[in-house]
Design a protein around this ligand. Sequence first.
Ligand code: MCN
Length: 800
Amino acid sequence: MSTRQFGARVQRNEDQRLVTGKGRYVDDIPLTGALHGAFVRSSVAHARITGVDVSRALALPGVVKVYTHADLGALDVQMPLLIPHPCITHGRTQYPLARDEVFHVGQAIAFIVAEDRYIAEDAVSLVEVGYEMLPVEVDFEKAAEPGAPLVHHDVPGNIAAHLVQESGDADAAFAAADHITSIKVRVDRSTAAPMECLATAARWDEVTGELTVWDGTQAPIGLRGALASLFELDEHRVRVIAPDVGGGFGPKIHFPYANEVLVPLASMELRRPVKWIEDRSENFVHMTHERGQIHEIELAATSDGTVLGLRNRFLHDTGAFIPYGIAVAQVAACQIAGPYRIPNVRVEFSCVYTPTVPVTPYRGCGRPQANFAIERAMDQLAEELGIDRFELRRRNFIQPEEFPYTRPNLIFADGLAVTHDSGEYEKALTALTDALDLAAFAKEQREAWAQGRYLGLGVSFYVEGTGLGPYEGGHVRIHPITGKIFVNTGLTTQGQGHETVFAQIVADQLGARVEDIIVVEGDTGVYDWGVATFASRAAVVSGSAIHKAAVLARKQVINAAANMLEADPDDIELADGRAFVVGSGTAGVTLAEVATASNPLRYAFNKAAQSATQFAPAARSDGPSLGEGAHPGIEATDYYSPPHATWAYGVHGAIVEVDPATYGIKIHRYVCVHDCGNMINPMIVEGQIAGGVAQGMGGAFYEKLDYDEDGTLRNASFMDFLIPYATEIPHVEMIHQETPSPLNPLGIKGVGEAGTIPVAQVIVSAIEDALKPLDLPPFRMTPLSPSLIHSHIAESGNRG
Ligand code: MCN
């Protein structure tokens, strides 16, 4: 009997390749005779283009072609609004290359194709763009005020979309409340900063009429569809491959970016492979951003701390365009009530255009902002009511017996009312408070304060709708000669460990070793139905589809083996890569033999073909015919479509110390309790959480994109935009809780974004707690750098 692989800490199949430098990224794809591209980008935030003179660039030896919008013909079209919504009254999206106006620094204006990258980059500086400057307002709060300069002249008030959702009757709850608390919080704009920037390479095959595109994308199938329709090619003539991708974190799904159109176009027109690799400074002004939101949130409560109602109005900075619709704002809106019962919720948001890089989801997708707002408000309510902040949370949790818990009319990204499927919120909080030992901490804190040390404890509870549909597929096939098992799905990985976890799922069904299972994804040539990697959905959606396909393949193996071994299918067991009769003590047959026997003619040289198979036995000289409904080989495909999102959750707590001289923060302990349903691989889950917390630390302390008032990004480099090093990341103590989701066959919930969501609130609330002796006004913004802490103290009049 093989050991069950689901739930085991299996070493990652992909790591041998990745940690020995054998990963293959777009730039590693060898393309003989490739041309290289570089973009001319806008140096100003908002202007009318009075002219683009490419003559000097064209004259540079080695330059093959310069594209402006005028060269694009039928491709000179507005890119699609990927997720439409009726509340988007003024949806504006980008053109592949700017036409007569630019809307943010970094917008692509021209594309140069040259014999090598040096020449292409040199030619960029030879293109002269004439600008007639237009006024700008970069601050999204001011941009939403009457009279602010318009980003798009035909979009009044810069408002792209406005949505009000109400579950229950919020005003009635506020009228009935004993106490109302209100706060306004701000989360700054950030960027995901993946190690590998964007990258595209393309090769047009003149003979077969096939276009192959290698792209560091999270959505190869979506990109394939976009390219097929833009170039009017049959989808089967377009193959998109996402090879190894050096981190995605959300923004690598904004298809199509300018490069995703221009590189294939150039390859088709110039009849040569073309490659474009983004550099870091370009990435800052080209790849999409996220996070900028301002929330005004009010809670209505009884004097014992029961929260009756929540009202939240927020502004969402969508940048110059809204290609992804209201996705980020809608996710924030639906997570605003957190794990709390709160029966009456009204949430209202406006998406505001600013002359900045467009916004699409970045790990967490609106949840870090919503979490910061609700959890800051809960802290304040506790303070005002004189109730312990842990106790206040306890009093308001949705209880285990209340699941499924629906918030009617609060419509999530899947178009359905928010419905938390399962959870044990109070148990998770207790696990955290036990781990942090609150009584011992209180004593330690009193002693620290007495010594002039500033020690504080922060907490944040988050919920996360994961595993969004509509569907993914899974394909399982046993290779007849080697017995290796090939598994495919339509989405792709950027480091999440899919090659291992999907293999674990299949291993359990087929009794095979994880190392013998080869997962290939991110290639429309091997599997071409599916959606993409986002919303922490791969485990839930692809995992379930692959499980279903593996169950079908298992049945095929058992039936075929039963024929070969002349046994009852119920007596066949699969383990260690073999099928055998239970209790017979015989070795049975290998999976390779079963697969070979399932297609005897094709593999007639293999001995196993002589055995009986799943085919109907027949004395025919050309081999047995297929039985009704049977197909050759061991191969199965199935799909999974979740009924709605499954809700993961967790609670993080930290003990921090603020240095009174430098305002530097030291994290003494960081504890995370989380629940992503049944874990396929706890080691990978821990890696995901640790990575998420690291990214959250960036959000809590450093990640702020700093636009000047003219709309130039001042910190577009890793010298000035800081991301945390390993030295800044604390050891994360993890406590797993597993409440299965009732929505999918494996009881899984997603985890890829979880770690990121609560960190800012944990850190800010811990700092606030540490500095209590200074009697400061509360902290309402993130990130919180030492200099911001300093100015907060200075502004309060307290000399610290
Ligand atoms: N997993 C598990 N058990 C569960 C849930 C998940 O073992 N109950 C495993 C999965 O099988 C998978 C990993 O944990 O190997 C993450 O699974 P999931 O939550 O389904 O997330 P996705 O695979 O869909 O990845 C997307 C998610 C998102 S939205 C962002 S953003 C993100 C993230 O994952 N970007 C990442 N994690 C990242 N990790 C890396 N290294 N790089 C990125 O770009």
